[in-house]
Write a protein that binds this ligand. Sequence first.
Ligand code: SF4
Length: 388
Amino acid sequence: MSEEDESMSDFEEGEEGSGLDFILSLDDVPSNLPPHLELLKTRVLCNSDAPQHTDTIQYSGAYAALGVDNSLRLDSFCENFKIEVNRMADDVIEFDMIGIDPAIANSFRRILIAEVPTMAIERVYIANNTSIVQDEVLAHRLGLIPIHADPRLFEYPVNAGDDRNEKNTIVFKLHVRCKRGQPRITVKSDQLQWLPNGSELPCENAKPNADSKPKTFTSFACSQDSLPEFSCNPLGPTNPDIIVAKLGPGQEIELEAHAVKGIGKTHAKWSPVATAWYRMLPEVVLLEDVEDELAEELKNKCPKQVFDIEDCGKGRRRAKAARPRDCTLCRECIRGGKEWEDRVSLRRVKNHFIFTIESTGAVPSEVLFTEAVKILEDKCERVITELS
Ligand code: SF4
């Protein structure tokens, strides 16, 4: 058997993956694309009129004519995928997500906005409201107050919310009065008082029973503050100074607000993020040396100070792209004639995302991202189960 025949028999006997490796290892099969195709595959080109090559090339056989395999391989994904955290505080996290398809980055964004659950006020029982804010407007304002409560410790309400217990409902009370002869007062979110034993308002349609306590809107088996998860961490609004209403002399608000678990897809009040967004990593490339007065002009064109001027000896000065990450793609540097487009190339890296999550404060921002990953994982598992 010749050497070539032996190699081919190895390929035929091997597994599918090793067969591909065998093809890619042959000398006459290129393993990388030519530079011009690699550029179009991996970069969005931002020209003065419009961006170009914004699509991602997914088809495994897209470069078959060149002998290049374009299929997504788990081992190369694992090797290339990276997350680098740049900034982290309670309410905001910024990180670079590298080596991922835009569709997946976008699915994280959408899950963060619409599918990661939080607790929000859903039902408001108004005992008295003589303020100028109508009942429904007051209820809506209360619903939008972020509640500092870990949604993972609660269950979704079932039976259309009729079964309200300590595991699915948080009860707050608000009772404020502005006495006659007093100046106007502002009612703020910190005046919402947590009732760990549940509702105190008697149900109107409950039959009075002399032997027992009047039936209320909840049936808690135990006090929430006796549970270890809440005993050192009282529940309440994340911000104490959100204005709910203003009361004039003689006006009063008395109500009970019940918060339940939900998702942003149902109503924006359950969305855990103020915003979740990303941008592709900017790349600013000087295609030719830009020197002396032109370098100064280029530096002055950029409102984000992306360019610096370096001294290259003998009294000559040259522009360099020192802070490309700060580029906002305003395109000022390529305006002013075709010659500027020939000098500066603005690009975006298609698989590198600068991701920012701003939490409403209900759940820390880094927890939000890990929850989004779990939700996407669950969805993938459901699809696999359905298909198998
Ligand atoms: S596109 Fe705007 S921000 Fe970016 S380098 Fe050019 S001038 Fe600066």
